[in-house]
Design a protein around this ligand. Structure first.
Ligand SMILES: Nc1ncnc2c1ncn2[C@@H]1O[C@H](COP(=O)(O)OP(=O)(O)O)[C@@H](O)[C@H]1O
Ligand SMILES: [Mg+2]
Length: 227
């Protein structure tokens, strides 16, 4: 069983983090929430509405968008067209979808790449494209699966600022992240899972001092480095 008996709430306009070792079941949680994998048991609600049995595109239309840990752009079409695919999930008019996509591409800092094929983007920029595509669907909740992986410290800082701004505009964020600096800077609450089971939940400061979390995931070195 990849994930079992996991229960939690994401508050409106909150930033909640999900952390834990590789293989703990984090991405599986996202797959269940976003409809990519049907959960065998349990219930998922978005603003009181049951999501069980809905397809990913339906869940997206209800306001939950995700990024993929292994980025999945359409390689041979432009950055603009990639983002427009997301925008057209919400907008009927192609002209409006295009306008909104251009704004979002600018917002995530990809303007110079608008007309370029997605396959020309280095990984850090593909991560931004992934974010832009999800944002283009105008989500209420954004699920971010390791968007900081492989970024240098400056790029992490830029992304932290960007995510704070997205949240300030009213989007709730649920993020899976190994980059603890990002987790500490962004989240108000953190859930820690190991072997598909919740082992801790609390403020970032609380969970990083939790004995079980240190043993299962962070390591004593992390705490020593924090002072
Ligand atoms: N489609 C799948 N079928 C079977 N097992 C899977 C599948 N996807 C992931 N797993 C397994 O489920 C566990 C949790 O995986 P995952 O959710 O990707 O972990 P994490 O994102 O925390 O690294 C791992 O043991 C993984 O090998
Ligand atoms: Mg994962």
């Amino acid at each position: 069983m990849a994930v079992g008996g996991l229960s939690f709430e994401l508050q409106k306009e909150e930033i909640l983090a999900l952390i834990g070792p590789n293989g703990a079941g984090k991405t599986t949680v996202f797959n269940c929430l976003s409809g990519f994998l049907p959960a065998d048991e349990g219930e998922i609600y978005l603003e009181g509405r049951q999501l069980g049995g809905l397809q990913p595109f339906q869940i997206c239309q209800l306001g939950m968008a995700r990024t993929f840990q292994i980025v999945k752009p359409f390689l041979t079409i432009s950055v603009l067209d990639n983002v427009m695919v997301g925008a057209l999930a919400r907008e009927k008019s192609t002209a409006t979808a295009k306008q909104k996509s251009i704004e979002i591409i600018d917002f995530v800092g990809l303007s110079a790449w608008t007309g370029k094929e997605a396959q020309g983007l280095p990984l850090p920029l593909r991560k931004r494209l992934e974010l832009a595509r999800a944002l283009a669907t105008q989500p209420k909740i954004l699920l971010l699966d390791e968007v900081m992986a492989g970024l240098n410290p400056t790029e992490v800082d830029e992304l932290i600022a960007l995510l704070k701004e997205i949240n300030r505009r009213g989007v709730s964020i649920f993020l899976i992240e190994h980059v603890m600096r990002g987790v500490m800077a962004l989240s108000r609450r953190v859930i820690v899972i190991n072997y598909g089971v919740k082992i801790a939940e609390g403020s970032p400061e609380e969970v990083v001092r939790d004995k079980q979390v240190i043993e299962a995931y962070l390591g004593k070195e992390f705490l020593d480095a924090q002072g």
